[in-house]
Design a protein around this ligand. Structure first.
Ligand SMILES: [Zn+2]
Length: 335
C-alpha cells in the first residue's frame, strides 16, 4: 500500500532533459538558477535521487530501489534537505523534532528563512559517514533564503567537503548569494520549456487546452507558476477592459499582491504595444487601445512603488479601489 503512494510522476520533459545533461557532467556542487516556475526544485530533487539511487541510469534514478523509495517517503538517511520551514511544510518534508515541537507548542511560527539550527544539522550531516554507501547529498532551496551566518556555515562545508557528499543549491535569485558560494558551485541556468512542451505539461496536470494557453501567458511562460492562475483563467482575457471600465469586482477574491501583479502585467503589455512590440501576458486582441506613453510610464513607476508596500496593506479593499482607479486614469488618459 505505502509503495503505491510514493510513485513519482514522470518529470516534465524539459526537467528530464536537464537532469540527463547535468548527470553526464562531473561536479560535487551545482547551483541551479533562473526565474521561479521553471522547476528548480524538481531538477534539484531529480539530481539527488540519481546520485543516491542504487541502480541509476543516464536518465536518472530508477524510481524503484530502496534509496528511491526512501526519498519518496521523505526519510532517506543520506539526504539532507535545507529549506525554510514554510517551504518544507509546503513540499511535505518533515521538520526536525525540535523545530516541530516549537511550532506545535506555538512558541514560534514556521521560519521563512533557512534557520541556523537547520544549517548546524546539515554541517554535522556532511561530516557523518553515509548509511547506504552511495554517498550523501544536500539539497538547498531556495538558496537565497540563507542569512549571512548560515551562508558562511554552508560555504565552509562546500570548501572542505568531508567524505562523499554532493550539493545542489537551487535559487530564484542567485545574484543574492555570496559570490564565494557561487564560485564554489558549477552553475546551471534553468532552460525555458518551449511553448509546446509547456502546454503539454499543463494539460498533463489536468488543465484544459483552452485555459492552458491563457494561464501560461498570465505566468509569463513559466509552467509551474501558470498553475496558480487556474482559478482566474476564464477571467484573465476580460481583465484589461474591466480595469479600463474601473470594474473593481473582477478582483473580488484577489490579494493586493495578486492585484498589483496583474496590473503590472497589464501595464507592461500596454507599454509594449505602444512601442510596437508584442504583448507577453495578454493576447493582443484582449488589450484595449488605451492610455498614452506618458500616462502608462507614470503608472508603471507608481506600481513599482506600490509593489514594495503591498505585503502589509492597512486595508486590502481600499487599496484595491485605489489601485483600480489609478489604473483607469492611466488607461483613459490621452496625453
Ligand atoms: Zn533507484
Amino acid at each position: 500500500m505505502s509503495d503505491l503512494s510514493v510513485t513519482v510522476a514522470p518529470a516534465a520533459p524539459w526537467i528530464a532533459a536537464q537532469t540527463q545533461a547535468l548527470l553526464a557532467q562531473r561536479g560535487h556542487a551545482w547551483l541551479l538558477s533562473g526565474p521561479s516556475g521553471l522547476g528548480q526544485y524538481e531538477l534539484a530533487l531529480a539530481l539527488v535521487r540519481a546520485w543516491l539511487c542504487e541502480r541509476p541510469a543516464a536518465q536518472g534514478a530508477c524510481g524503484t530501489c530502496g534509496s528511491c523509495h526512501a526519498i519518496g517517503v521523505r526519510a532517506h538517511a543520506d539526504l539532507c534537505v535545507l529549506m525554510p520551514e514554510t517551504v518544507m511544510l509546503a513540499l511535505s518534508w518533515p521538520l526536525s523534532e525540535k523545530a516541530q515541537d516549537e511550532i506545535d507548542s506555538k512558541k514560534r511560527k514556521p521560519s521563512k528563512e533557512i534557520r541556523v539550527d537547520a544549517m548546524r544539522d546539515a554541517v554535522e550531516f556532511a561530516q557523518r559517514t553515509s548509511a547506504r554507501d552511495r554517498g550523501k547529498a544536500v539539497l538547498v532551496f531556495p538558496a537565497e533564503r540563507m542569512n549571512v551566518y548560515t551562508a558562511n556555515a554552508l560555504l565552509k562545508t562546500l570548501e572542505e567537503p568531508a567524505g562523499d557528499v554532493k550539493f545542489v543549491l537551487a535559487s530564484d535569485a542567485a545574484h543574492q548569494l555570496l559570490p564565494t558560494i557561487r564560485s564554489r558551485c558549477l552553475g546551471h541556468a534553468m532552460t525555458w520549456p518551449d511553448q509546446a512542451s509547456a502546454m503539454a505539461w499543463l494539460q498533463g496536470q489536468g488543465v484544459p487546452a483552452t485555459q492552458a494557453n491563457v494561464m501560461l501567458r498570465a505566468a509569463g511562460g513559466r509552467p509551474q507558476d501558470a498553475l496558480q492562475y487556474a482559478p482566474i483563467a476564464t477571467l484573465w482575457p476580460r481583465l484589461p477592459r474591466a480595469v479600463q471600465a474601473g470594474d473593481v469586482s473582477v478582483f473580488k477574491d484577489w490579494t493586493p499582491a495578486q492585484t498589483v501583479d496583474a496590473l503590472h502585467k497589464l501595464c507592461h503589455d500596454l507599454l509594449a504595444v505602444h512601442s510596437g512590440a508584442v504583448p507577453r501576458f495578454f493576447e493582443q486582441a484582449d488589450l484595449p487601445k488605451a492610455g498614452s506613453w506618458q500616462s502608462l510610464s507614470h503608472w508603471a513607476k507608481s506600481l513599482s512603488d506600490t509593489m514594495r508596500a503591498v505585503e502589509h496593506p492597512f486595508n486590502p479593499g481600499l487599496m484595491q479601489e485605489a489601485l483600480i482607479s489609478e489604473a483607469q486614469l492611466a488607461l483613459n488618459a490621452h496625453t
